[in-house]
Design a binder for this molecule. Structure first.
Ligand code: FPP
Length: 235
């Protein structure tokens, strides 16, 4: 592979439909999705991808049944607690994007624990978007910017694309390749600021069936893209 993207984003969609097709509970779909994420995160890291952002739970996902939300939160806690050793061994740093308000205190504790334990890891960053919304992220950044402008900490002239980025939940480079599984072709409020020039690979595969081979397909697609960033080169 010639070009390895610096930052890959994944909208892990289709867990519920995968479960339904198999006559299983939706939560079983999320569980199967968790196993896939484990494999893909490791695979991406070994390929030299430095940043992997995944959509684990959107602010709008709170509209789902209390049972599904609670099962999903339990699953996340399970992952943050039990996969810690592997994540540390693999030198992956875990960070989160999203609002902590509305999250259960045991979820917040598990998040803090994994952040602390992996904070010195250097090989790659796994950014987990949890209680996350792209518009919310931009609004939250604007509120912080307004404070810093009022206090004089930030000068109006210093505000640009790069400095704005530092006010987002995490200061991450733009997403180069966005993968969305599960048939739908939309952004669903995922990392709107960071996806501004992302190449987007859509696949019908439901996330629990996604694998390393299809990740390679997405990379092949990315390698064929002529990234012009608004310029006219190669025309
Ligand atoms: C979307 O599928 C998926 C989610 C809302 C949850 C994603 C969570 C995981 C893969 C669990 C593991 C995550 C981590 C970070 C350890 P959907 O439920 O919207 O599927 P549907 O569109 O088929 O209903």
């Amino acid at each position: 592979m010639n070009k390895i993207p610096l930052h890959v984003g994944i909208i892990m969609d289709g867990n519920g439909r995968w479960a339904k097709e198999k006559g299983l509970n939706r939560s079983e779909g999320h569980k199967a999705g968790g196993k896939v994420l484990e494999k893909i995160a490791l695979y991406a890291k070994n390929l030299g991808i430095k940043y992997l952002s995944v959509y684990a739970f959107s602010t709008d996902n709170f509209k789902r049944s209390e049972e599904e939300v609670n099962n999903l939160m339990d699953l996340l806690i399970y992952y943050f607690k039990t996969k810690l050793d592997t994540i540390c061994k693999d030198n992956i740093k875990v960070v989160f994007s999203g609002r902590t308000c509305n999250l259960r205190s045991d979820v917040i504790e598990a998040m803090k624990h994994i952040i602390e334990k992996t904070k010195n890891n250097t090989k790659c960053i796994l950014n987990i978007c949890l209680n996350y919304g792209g518009q919310e992220e931009i609004v939250d950044a604007c509120l912080k910017i307004a404070n810093d402008l009022n206090s004089g900490f930030l000068k109006k002239e210093a505000l640009n694309r790069e400095t704005f980025r530092k006010y987002l939940y995490q200061d991450l480079p733009p997403i180069d390749l966005l993968i969305r599984t599960g048939k739908e072709h939309r952004l669903s409020n995922f990392m709107l600021y960071q996806n501004f020039y992302a190449e987007i690979y859509f696949t019908d595969t439901f996330f629990p069936d996604f694998d390393e081979k299809e990740f390679d397909e997405a990379l092949i697609y990315y390698n064929k893209c002529d990234r012009k960033f608004g310029d006219v080169k190669n025309n």
